[in-house]
Unconditional design. Structure first.
Length: 287
């Protein structure tokens, strides 16, 4: 076994399947994204995903599928305590009392008494109330209604405002794929101990899946290009939340912990970054 291969094998053995968000709160590194599935499609996909081994389900108020996701969880028969459930709330609830209302409504729709992770979906800086929303989330966590809180689509400038208010952010869920790596965002997260959760981790058009930096390792390890990219995500320390309603792809997306990429292979995928910003600008877009 070559040095680089031995190093990769060691990384595969050492890398866990979870990340710690707070003391006693660990999140599975691979979760099931549920947007834009709704209704029976969402219910069926969630139930089958849990049967296929998923223990992390991600949804949001704005996806309009929390009721369906909750039904999928119940249909799966899994104990609530064995599942990590994330949802997000909209800007109308920003503010201390609004967050409590948002929690109550989300919990009812999902059919749960608590949430593992509750996120501010977008900062909506023009509204100017995301600091109040985060403060409301900390109170919910203190009361045990949520196990952890976090944010989504927050730029470093938004995160600085939370830190200035004395709020340490555990996790930020952002668009992240090989072509949209947001290097400044990642550097800020590393510097401040913020876990990065990647939504659309396989991109939207999947063009990079045919790049030699991806297809080469896929052929070498007998994996799909999507598995290689998800491996790159988790080996970089990020949570990845791919969406799939297909049984085979669901199982493949989970099966990324039995191999590892070498430093050179990781660097090859890193080099696919185009410097392009995320699809939506969170200074201008939000709900």
């Amino acid at each position: 076994m070559t040095g680089t291969a031995a190093e990769a094998a060691g990384t595969a053995a050492e890398l866990g399947t979870t990340a710690e968000l707070a003391p006693g709160v660990v999140i599975p590194l691979i979760g099931l994204g549920t947007w834009p599935m709704t209704g029976g499609e969402a219910t069926d996909a969630v139930a089958r995903a849990i049967t296929n081994g998923y223990r992390h389900i991600d949804t949001a108020e704005n996806y309009d599928n929390e009721v369906a996701v909750g039904e999928g969880i119940r249909r799966s028969g899994i104990a609530r305590g064995d599942l990590f459930l994330t949802t997000k709330f909209n800007k109308q609830w920003h503010g201390g009392t609004g967050v409590r209302e948002a929690f109550g409504a989300a919990a009812r729709r999902l059919g749960t008494e608590y949430l593992d992770l509750f996120l501010i979906h977008w900062p909506n800086p023009a509204q100017g109330r995301f600091v109040e929303a985060a403060e409301g989330l900390t109170r919910l966590a203190e009361e045990g209604l949520i196990r952890c809180w976090g944010v989504s689509n927050f730029k470093p400038a938004h995160l600085w405002q939370l830190q200035a208010a004395g709020l340490e952010v555990p996790v930020n869920q952002v668009q992240m794929d090989p072509e949209h790596q947001q290097l400044d965002q990642l550097a800020f997260h590393r510097e401040h101990g913020i876990v990065t959760a990647a939504y659309s981790p396989l991109g939207r058009n999947g063009g990079f899946l045919s790049a030699p930096a991806v297809t080469g390792p896929a052929e070498a390890y007998g994996r799909t290009p999507a598995q290689v990219v998800l491996r790159w995500q988790v080996q970089s320390g990020r949570v990845a939340i791919p969406k799939s309603a297909d049984d085979r792809r669901q199982r493949e997306n989970l099966d990324v912990f039995g191999f590892a990429l070498t430093e050179g292979e990781m660097a090859g995928i890193d080099a696919l970054d185009t410097g392009a910003p995320p699809r939506l600008d969170s200074d201008e877009f939000g709900h």
